[in-house]
Design a protein around this ligand. Structure first.
Ligand SMILES: [Mn+2]
Length: 310
């Protein structure tokens, strides 16, 4: 499995992108980074970022669009058409930057598209603006574009809040280059089962990216991988392997009090242990246990996987 990590974890104590990439480049097991556009290109040009990546043996996995400032009242769904069009233009620029850096996709999380109050938005008009935006971006570039959904934060209710809403948008836009980025914490917040969405999308080639992290489920805690919901994490990893997911799994964790390098290394250790468990026990043996569709067989599978970790 390939792994990518979050640059902002490293920028927290030292805001120089160059130093962050140098630190990440030294971490064993992490070969990819995701860059935020335009946030991470304020001090360095695209060319300079590309040179810094190769100097540290890192590759760009994805470009994450970051909408700030004037997008407070919404991105693609903003009632001011000029702002909504600017959000589309910014996204198209993101696909250009991603291509220049050799990245595999652009990830769009619409943190401000949504509502706080009943009667605040016209859902069908809002829906049409969002469909128009994704159709326009996907037609502009052959670059894969993925939707990262999150149920709430920044808004009380995000517009694209769930696996179901995201799939309905995907079906309506109907573009080969539109897929989904799943975020483990976001799914926990929505009380979804992360393995279900992972299995469905991975089987259909629509899982473009996976953000691993962990949390208690109420907010986007960004805790280290596997530290709260270990079995749900192992089940997700099983489906990644079963369907041959070949993207880079991204650690979307937030070391607020921890040292960023050590925190990232713990994520790598946890993922490698989970991979070892699954590989040692075997995909076929896990599938055989699941086929029984039985609670006790599932519990015994978990006990067997612990034993297989050694
Ligand atoms: Mn995420």
């Amino acid at each position: 499995m390939k792994y990518a990590t979050r640059i902002n974890s490293f920028l927290r104590v030292d805001s120089d992108l160059k130093h962050a990439l140098e630190a990440i480049g030294k971490i064993d097991g992490v070969d990819f980074v995701d860059l935020n556009y335009p946030e991470h290109f304020s001090d360095y040009s695209v060319k300079e970022v590309k040179d810094m990546l190769s100097a540290n043996s890192l590759r760009c996995n994805a470009i994450n669009l970051r909408f700030r400032g004037k997008y407070l009242h919404g991105e693609f769904g903003n009632i001011d058409r000029r702002i909504a069009e600017d959000a589309i233009t910014l996204s198209k620029e993101g696909t250009d930057v991603c291509r220049q850096l050799g990245g595999s996709q652009v990830i769009i999380w619409l943190g401000f598209d949504g509502f706080d109050y009943s009667f605040q938005i016209d859902y069908n008009e809002y829906w049409d603006r969002i469909i128009h935006a994704f159709k326009s971006i996907c037609a502009y570039s052959k670059m894969p574009v993925s939707i990262e959904y999150k149920p709430y934060e920044e808004r009380v209710h995000a517009f694209i809040d769930s696996f179901g809403t995201t799939m309905t948008i995907l079906n309506e836009v109907n573009a080969d280059n539109l897929g989904v980025t799943l975020d483990f914490c976001h799914m926990l917040m929505k009380k979804e089962n992360p393995a279900l969405a992972t299995a469905y999308l991975a089987k259909r080639g629509k899982l473009f990216n996976l953000h691993l992290n962990d949390g208690e489920g109420s907010t986007d805690d960004g805790l280290m991988v596997g530290t709260v919901n270990l079995w749900k994490t192992i089940e997700v990893m099983y489906y990644l392997k079963k369907y041959g997911f070949d993207g880079a799994v991204y650690f979307d964790t937030f070391p607020k009090r921890e040292k960023a390098v050590e925190e990232c290394e713990a994520n790598v250790r946890m993922c490698r242990l989970i991979e070892k468990m699954i590989d040692n026990y075997g995909l076929d043996n896990i599938a055989s246990a699941i086929e029984k569709q039985d609670g006790t067989a599932a519990a015994n599978l978990m006990i067997d996987l612990i034993a297989a970790a050694n």
